[in-house]
Design a protein around this ligand. Structure first.
Ligand code: 3HC
Length: 337
């Protein structure tokens, strides 16, 4: 299965690149470009063009928000998991997603944007997060399908980010991808068990696949021809593979998995193209995608309200942690005096 073959070349990022010293703007820019051209890594202390910094903050914060909003559709099912084993797995998975958000907020902080600023943008509706988390998880089969397809699509998109030109983002992605691999496999295994169950269970799985398939294809972002950020993102080595190429890889990897599972994918145009050595697939409903991205999907308002409430309810924890840190610091100063 493709999630087991995540390979991050050892040499990625280990190539020695001279630190970017302070110098004239043109010279700094030339050194930055040379570093990118040599497939080197940019680190927080290095000089970088403002547009590079901005692009990274945009993408990493969108990604971080996706991880923490992504906790919600499955979090709904923790108290209703069908067995202790499934509950323990789901708890671990949802907790992992929270951890991914934290690594990513930390990576964005190295670019000079605070977590408070990013959360404020999320809570006020200015920041984007993945379209996929604005759809409901209606029953237990949805939890399995989210693991199999949503996490599967996320891994496909995120493995190339382990080679991103910005060091802290690339390093965060290595661990994220390993954990996502477990997420994908637990979802697939839960579905395999359901498919060996009753006809009603098999029908639930098929129904969930029918509802999630097209949304997962849209998750990779607009077609390359309509993707305003792709060109520059690829030039800078932030994105390594285009939206359409990743989507194609996902389709090609998923078709045989669906066969083993015993479900059909809801696309009459899906078929192997011998000439291209890829599967052809039908048109994606981009109007629905943009409608959802722009805040009008079935669960956008509910997701945002839940996030805002969780943040407000957690205020006392943040205040207590800060008070404790202040106390520790005062004690340390007293002892040092
Ligand atoms: N949902 C919401 N917005 C999306 C989107 C999606 N599925 N796909 C694209 N967009 C947005 C982009 O953010 C961009 O908006 P902006 O300019 O305001 O930021 C706009 O649509 C145009 O898209 P582009 O293709 O030009 O944008 P990018 O070059 O940034 O590519 C991307 C989009 C492929 C999502 C890229 O940002 C990316 O790889 N991000 C990192 C990975 C990520 O964020 N994944 C989200 C899912 S994480 C997840 O699923 C959690 C896991 O636990 C399951």
């Amino acid at each position: 299965m493709y999630t087991q073959s995540m390979s991050v070349p050892d040499e990625a990022g280990s190539r020695t690149v001279q630190p970017l010293a302070l110098s004239e703007p043109a010279e700094r820019m030339a050194r930055f470009d040379a570093c990118i051209d040599a497939d080197g890594r940019i680190e927080p202390q290095d000089w970088m063009p403002e547009a590079y910094r901005k692009t990274l903050v945009r993408q990493i914060s969108q990604h971080a928000h996706s991880e923490i909003v992504g906790m919600l559709p499955e979090g709904n099912w923790i108290s209703r998991a069908p067995s202790l084993k499934r509950k323990a797995i789901l708890l671990a998975k949802v907790q992992d997603e929270g951890g991914h958000g934290l690594y990513l907020y930390s990576a964005a902080e190295t670019l000079g944007t605070s977590r408070d600023q990013m959360l404020d943008a999320l809570h006020s509706g200015r920041a984007k997060y993945s379209s996929i988390f604005n759809y409901p998880t209606l029953n237990w089969a949805d939890v399995g399908v989210v693991g199999w397809l949503v996490d599967g699509a996320a891994i496909m998109n995120q493995v190339p980010l382990c080679r991103c030109s910005y060091g802290p983002y690339a390093r965060a992605m290595v661990r994220v991808c390993k954990e996502e691999s477990f997420h994908q496999r637990q979802g697939y295994e839960a579905l395999l068990v359901m498919m060996r169950g009753t006809q009603a269970q098999r029908d639930m799985v098929q129904d969930a696949v029918n509802r999630w398939w097209w949304k997962c294809l849209a998750m990779f972002g607009p077609p390359d021809s309509d993707s305003p950020n792709s060109g520059q993102g690829m030039r800078w080595g932030i994105k390594r593979v285009s939206n359409d190429d990743l989507r194609q890889q996902f389709v090609d990897a998923t078709v045989p998995q669906a066969k083993v599972l015993g479900v059909s994918l809801p696309d009459p145009l899906l078929k192997w193209n011998e000439e291209r050595q890829h599967h052809d697939y039908g048109p994606i409903d981009w109007d629905e995608f943009w409608n959802t991205v722009n805040g009008n999907g079935p669960c956008n308002k509910e997701r945002l309200a839940t996030r805002v409430k969780a943040h407000q309810d957690g205020a006392w924890v943040r205040e207590a942690a800060l008070a404790h840190a202040r106390k520790q610091e005062q004690r340390r100063m007293k002892e040092a005096a």
